[in-house]
Write a protein of this length. Sequence first.
Length: 147
Amino acid sequence: MTPQRLDKWLWFARIVKSRSLAQKLVNGGHVRVNRDKAQAPAKAIRHGDVLTIAVANRILVLKVVAPGTRRGPAPEARLLYEDLAPSPDPAPLSEDGDDAEEATGTPGAATAAPAGRDGPAPGRRERGSGRPTKRQRRQIDRLTDKA
């Protein structure tokens, strides 16, 4: 494989929407090539290099499989790399079969959409983060009124 510019490859692989965003990502220190921080967007990458990219509240670990020749459709872009990031673990099952409510502590979580690549499903949040929902606020009010 002939070497290719890092920012160009990130754009071809559809990691970012534009080359200028790829340059900002590299200049911001969010990209590592073989565990070393990439110093410039013009850094040459080759077949077998491992890229660690911090983008959109997640960390991608990608192994370069091929150089890009054009910015094609997503299925073509996925052929340029191998994803080495560990997949998220599924929620553990409880003995009575109500896995989501007891695992997350959130009633009704079993009917929610599964978590995507960007984090929790829409309408869900990590327990203890942010303001309480309307339902949680009502539960708190009921609890404090009885005391």
